[in-house]
Design a protein around this ligand. Structure first.
Ligand SMILES: NC(=O)c1ccc[n+]([C@@H]2O[C@H](COP(=O)([O-])OP(=O)(O)OC[C@H]3O[C@@H](n4cnc5c(N)ncnc54)[C@H](OP(=O)(O)O)[C@@H]3O)[C@@H](O)[C@H]2O)c1
Length: 245
C-alpha cells in the first residue's frame, strides 16, 4: 500500500466500524484502529485496502503507535475519524479517579495528540479532514454522566483552536455531536439497565428514532469529503430531532 489513508478509531464496533465499511466499500485505504486484534482481523484481515492497528488508545504511546502503523504503509493521512470510546455512568460521588482519567485519555487526550502529530507532518496539508465524535451528554443534564460529559466537552473545546491552527495547512477539523445511536455502547450501558417502557419513553423523544451507525457514518463521510471542503471548526448535532422535543 501507499498513497493516502483514512485513520478510523473504534473500527471494531458501532460507528467506527460503519465508517470504515463505508470507506472500504468505495475502495479507500483504511487504517482500522481498536484494541481487539482478533475482531480487527476478522473484519479487515482479508481486505487488501485495510491495515489493522491493534492499539490501546488510553496508553501514553498510543499516538506514536498509530503513527507508526500509518508511516509504515502510507504516505499521508487523508482523513481521521475518532470514534473510539466508552462510557461509565456514575453519580458524582462515585466517579473513580482511574475511570475519569481513562475517559479523558481516550476521548480527549488521544485526538489532541493525534492532531498534533498531523500538524507536524507536512504531507497532510492537502485537503485532509478530521472528524471528532462528541455527544449530547456534554450539552444536557443527564444525572450520572458528568465524567463522560466533561471528556466530550474537552473534545468540543479543542475543536476551534485546532481547526484554526490547521486551516492554513488545508487541514479541516469538525465534530459530530450525537444523540442516542443504537450500538453496543448504548445497548451495554443504559439500554441493558432499562425496562422496555423506559427505552420506549426515551425513543419517543427522538422524532426520527434512535440513530444507526450507518446513518452517522453518512454524516461523518460528509465531513471527510469535498462537499464540506469549506467547513471547518464546526460541531454538527445529529440527534434525530431530539433537541426539538
Ligand atoms: N452510541 C451512542 O448512543 C453514542 C452517543 C453519543 C456519542 N457516542 C460516541 O460515539 C463514539 C462511538 O461509540 P459507539 O456507540 O460506536 O461505541 P461502541 O460500539 O462501543 O464502539 C466503541 C469502539 O471503541 C473502541 N475502544 C474502546 N476503548 C478503546 C481503547 N482503550 N483503545 C482503543 N479502542 C477502544 C472499541 O474497540 P475495542 O473494544 O476493540 O478496543 C470499539 O471499536 C464514542 O466516542 C461515543 O462516546 C455514542
Amino acid at each position: 500500500m501507499n498513497g493516502a489513508c483514512y485513520v478510523i478509531t473504534g473500527a471494531t464496533s458501532g460507528i467506527g466500524a460503519a465508517v470504515a465499511a463505508r470507506l472500504l466499500s468505495r475502495g479507500e485505504s483504511v487504517v482500522a484502529v481498536a484494541r481487539r486484534k482478533d475482531v480487527l482481523e476478522s473484519l479487515y484481515g482479508q481486505n487488501p485496502c485495510a491495515l489493522c492497528a491493534a492499539v490501546d488508545l488510553e496508553a501514553p504511546d498510543a499516538t506514536a503507535r498509530v503513527a507508526a502503523a500509518v508511516k509504515g504503509r502510507f504516505d499521508a493521512v487523508r482523513g481521521f475519524v475518532h470514534a473510539a470510546g466508552f462510557v461509565v455512568p456514575a453519580p458524582l460521588g462515585l466517579v473513580q479517579d482511574d475511570t475519569a482519567h481513562r475517559l479523558f485519555s481516550i476521548h480527549a487526550l488521544f485526538p489532541l495528540q493525534f492532531l498534533g502529530w498531523m500538524a507536524k507532518r507536512p504531507n497532510h496539508a492537502d485537503g485532509a479532514s478530521a472528524v471528532l465524535v462528541s455527544s449530547l451528554a456534554a450539552h444536557e443534564g443527564d444525572c450520572g454522566n458528568a465524567a463522560y460529559a466533561a471528556a466530550k466537552g474537552a473534545v468540543e473545546g479543542m475543536l476551534k483552536p485546532a481547526a484554526a491552527e490547521l486551516a492554513p495547512r488545508g487541514v479541516r477539523v469538525n465534530a459530530v455531536v450525537l444523540g442516542v445511536v443504537d450500538t453496543p455502547m448504548a445497548r451495554d450501558t443504559w439500554m441493558s439497565r432499562s425496562t422496555q417502557e423506559q427505552i420506549d419513553a426515551r425513543r419517543a423523544r427522538y422524532p426520527l428514532g434512535f440513530g444507526t451507525p450507518e446513518k452517522v457514518a453518512g454524516v461523518i463521510d460528509f465531513f471527510l469529503g469535498d462537499d464540506s471542503a469549506w467547513i471547518t471548526g464546526q460541531c454538527l448535532v445529529a440527534d434525530g430531532g431530539h433537541q426539538l422535543t
